[in-house]
Unconditional design. Structure first.
Lengths: 367, 197
C-alpha cells in the first residue's frame, strides 16, 4: 500500500499542503508546532475512521473554517484510487473515485497504517482505557466485522445501564442475554487478534532491543476462562447475573469487554512496573511490528508505517534496528523528527525523501 | 423566522416538525401550496380525513379505517401471526404478497433509553391472542436492530410457554445481488441462517 500524493486543506494548522512522497522512506523534519504530526494524522485518516490522537472531529477542522478536506491518491493491490475525505461539523464524508461511500467499512483495508507515536508509549503506564483504545483500533484494522459488533455491544450496554437505573426489571434478563451475545463476540475477536500478535511479538522484541527477554501480550477477559464464542457467552451471562445486585445499586454494568485490560509482560513480569523506559519503548515498537506483519498476512500487502516524533521517542540503536527491519520490506514509511539525524541516512537501505516542514509548508530537499 | 406573516410562519413551523424537513424546505413547500389555493384545500381536507377516519385495529393494531381491519376480517390464515414493530413494516410484508397469515403490530420495540418497556408495547395483547388457543405459529419480524433483536428475544421467551411454533424472519443476501458485492457482515449473517435444501 502506498500514498502517491496527498493534498490537505484547512486541516488543523495546514491551510493548503500538497506532498508527493517517495515510494519508501519519507522524513518530515522541522520545529515543533509547524504541522509535521498533522500531516501524519491526515495520511492515517485516509484509511481509518478515527484519528490516532483520539481527536474530536471539530479539532481537526482549522479554526473559523467550515470543513477540512484531505485528498489522496493511494495504491493498493496494484490499483490506484482517489480518496476524498471531507470533515465537517455534521460528520465525515468519504468519496472513493468520486463515488460517495455509505459506510465506514467500505474504506476498510484500502490504506492500512501502523502508527508509533508518543501516545503509544504512554499507554504502557496509563490506565486500562488507553490500552483498550489501542486494542480496539488495532483489531478493527485487521477484522472488518469488529467495528459492527463493537457498536452493537456498546448500544446494548447503554440500554442495559439505563434499565439498571430504573426499578422496572422485567426485560433485564433479555438485555443481559443480548449483552452477553454481543460481548462474547467482542471478546472472541479480541482473543484471536491478541494471540496472533503474541505469536509474532517475541521475535520482533529481540530484533528491536537486542535483548533476549521474552515479550508477551495477553488478553484474558475478566472472569472468563473459555475462548470459544458460545462458551464465553454462557460464562459471561453467569458473571453478569452474579454482579446484578451490585450493578443495580450503581446503575451500570461493572464487568465486561468495556472494562477489560490487555497485559504487556516481559519475562513473565508486568512491563508497567518492571520494565525500564527503554524496554517499554522497545516493547511497544515490537508490538507495532507484529501488527504490521499480521496485517501483511491478512491483506497480502504491507501497510504504511507512521513514526511520529522519532527524535524524542527512540535512541540511535533502536532506530537503526527498526529501520533495518523496515528496509527489508520495500514499503512506505513516514517519519517526523525535529532534526535530520545522520543515522537516518545510514540505516535506511532504500531510497528516501526528505521534506523540511515550515508553517505547514513542505520543502523537498535533495539528498 | 424567515417571514413576518404569522399564519405563514405557523404553517412553516408545522412543516418543520416533519422528519427530514428544515426551514428552507418548509418555506418552499408553503409557497408551493400558496400558488394554488385548490391544492391547499385538498391538502387540508386530506389531513382532516386521515385524522378522522384512521385508527388502529382492535385485534392486530394495524392502521385501518374499519374495525377489525380488512386483514383480520378477511380470508386469511388466522392460525399464523406475523409480529412487526409498526404499520409501515406490515405494509412492506403485504407488498411482498408472501404472507397469508394475519399480523400483530407491536407499536414499538423495547428500548430503555427511549423509555419503552414491555408494558408500553402490545405484548400483552399478543399473548392474549396466542393463549386463545387458535394460534399455531408466530413469525417474529421485528427489525434487525439492537432494539428489534432484544424485542424478538423477549417475545421468544414468553411464547415458549405456549404451544406455538416460533420462528424469526431470516436475514441474508438481498435478492438479485451478486454475493461478491455483498458486504462481509451480511454474508456472515446469511451463512449463519442457511437452510437445508
Ligand atoms: Zn387487524
Amino acid at each position: 500500500m502506498r500514498v502517491k500524493n496527498i493534498q490537505i486543506i484547512n486541516f488543523r494548522n495546514l491551510k493548503s499542503t500538497k506532498i508527493i512522497p517517495g515510494v519508501n522512506f519519507n522524513l518530515f523534519y522541522g520545529l515543533n508546532g509547524h504541522g509535521k504530526t498533522n500531516i501524519l494524522e491526515a495520511i492515517f485518516l485516509l484509511g481509518s475512521p478515527k484519528s490516532f490522537r483520539n481527536a474530536k472531529q471539530q479539532e481537526l477542522v482549522m479554526h473559523d473554517e467550515k470543513r477540512a478536506v484531505v485528498k489522496g491518491e493511494i495504491e493498493s493491490q496494484r490499483v490506484t484510487s482517489k480518496i476524498t475525505l471531507t470533515l465537517e461539523q455534521a460528520g465525515r464524508r468519504v468519496e472513493i473515485d468520486g463515488k460517495m461511500v455509505g459506510r465506514a467499512s467500505e474504506l476498510h483495508g484500502k490504506l492500512n497504517s501502523v502508527v508509533f507515536s508518543p501516545y503509544d508509549t504512554g499507554m504502557v503506564r496509563n490506565s486500562p482505557d488507553s490500552r483498550r483504545r489501542y486494542l480496539d483500533r488495532a483489531v478493527y484494522m485487521a477484522d472488518i466485522r469488529y467495528l459492527n459488533c463493537w457498536h452493537n455491544y456498546h448500544r446494548i450496554l447503554k440500554q442495559r445501564n439505563h434499565l439498571l437505573k430504573k426499578s422496572e426489571t422485567s426485560s433485564l434478563d433479555t438485555w443481559t442475554d443480548r449483552l452477553a451475545t454481543a460481548g462474547a463476540e467482542v471478546m472472541e475477536r479480541r482473543l484471536s487478534f491478541v494471540s496472533n500478535l503474541d505469536k509474532r511479538l517475541k521475535n520482533h522484541y529481540s530484533v528491536i532491543s537486542d535483548e533476549d527477554k521474552a515479550a508477551e501480550i495477553a488478553y484474558q477477559p475478566e472472569g472468563i476462562k473459555k475462548t470459544m464464542g458460545h462458551e464465553i457467552k454462557e460464562e459471561f451471562i453467569e458473571l453478569l447475573d452474579r454482579n446484578r445486585k451490585n450493578d443495580e445499586k450503581f446503575g451500570s454494568t461493572s464487568i465486561g469487554p468495556h472494562r477489560d485490560d490487555v497485559f504487556f509482560l516481559l519475562d513473565g513480569r508486568p512491563l508497567k512496573t518492571f520494565g525500564s523506559q527503554g524496554e517499554q519503548k522497545s516493547f511497544v515498537l515490537a508490538l507495532k511490528m507484529a501488527e504490521l506483519e499480521y496485517l501483511e498476512d491478512i491483506f497480502g500487502e504491507t501497510p504504511l508505517f507512521l513514526l511520529d516524533d522519532m527524535s524524542s521517542e527512540l535512541d540511535t540503536a533502536r532506530i537503526c534496528n527498526l529501520f533495518a527491519a523496515l528496509s527489508a520490506k520495500n514499503m512506505q514509511v513516514f517519519i517526523t523528527a525535529t532534526e535530520k539525524r545522520a543515522e537516518f541516512a545510514d540505516s535506511v537501505h532504500l531510497n528516501y525523501s526528505v521534506f523540511r516542514i515550515c508553517d505547514g509548508n513542505p520543502t523537498y530537499e535533495e539528498n | 423566522m424567515l417571514t413576518n406573516i404569522s399564519s405563514l410562519s405557523r404553517l412553516v413551523s408545522e412543516f418543520k416538525k416533519l422528519p427530514g424537513v428544515g426551514e428552507r424546505t418548509a418555506l418552499r413547500m408553503a409557497f408551493h401550496l400558496l400558488k394554488s389555493p385548490s391544492n391547499l384545500t385538498m391538502l387540508s381536507e386530506a389531513l382532516l380525513e386521515v385524522r378522522d377516519r384512521t385508527h388502529s385495529c382492535s385485534v392486530c393494531f394495524a392502521l385501518t379505517e374499519d374495525d377489525p381491519c380488512s386483514i383480520c376480517s378477511g380470508n386469511r390464515d388466522h392460525k399464523a401471526i406475523c409480529v412487526v414493530e409498526n404499520p409501515q413494516d406490515m405494509m412492506a410484508m403485504e407488498r411482498s404478497n408472501a404472507w397469508h397469515g394475519v399480523y400483530h403490530v407491536l407499536e414499538g420495540s423495547l428500548s430503555p433509553l427511549a423509555g419503552t418497556g414491555p408494558e408500553d408495547i402490545r405484548i400483552d395483547e399478543l399473548l392474549k391472542r396466542v393463549s386463545s388457543g387458535n394460534v399455531e405459529e408466530v413469525v417474529i419480524a421485528t427489525n434487525f436492530t439492537v432494539e428489534g433483536e432484544a424485542t424478538a428475544l423477549f417475545l421468544t421467551k414468553l411464547l415458549r410457554q405456549h404451544k406455538v411454533r416460533i420462528s424469526r424472519l431470516a436475514h441474508g443476501i438481498p435478492l438479485g445481488s451478486d454475493i461478491e458485492f455483498v458486504d462481509a457482515a451480511t454474508v456472515q449473517w446469511a451463512l449463519q441462517g442457511r437452510n437445508e435444501i
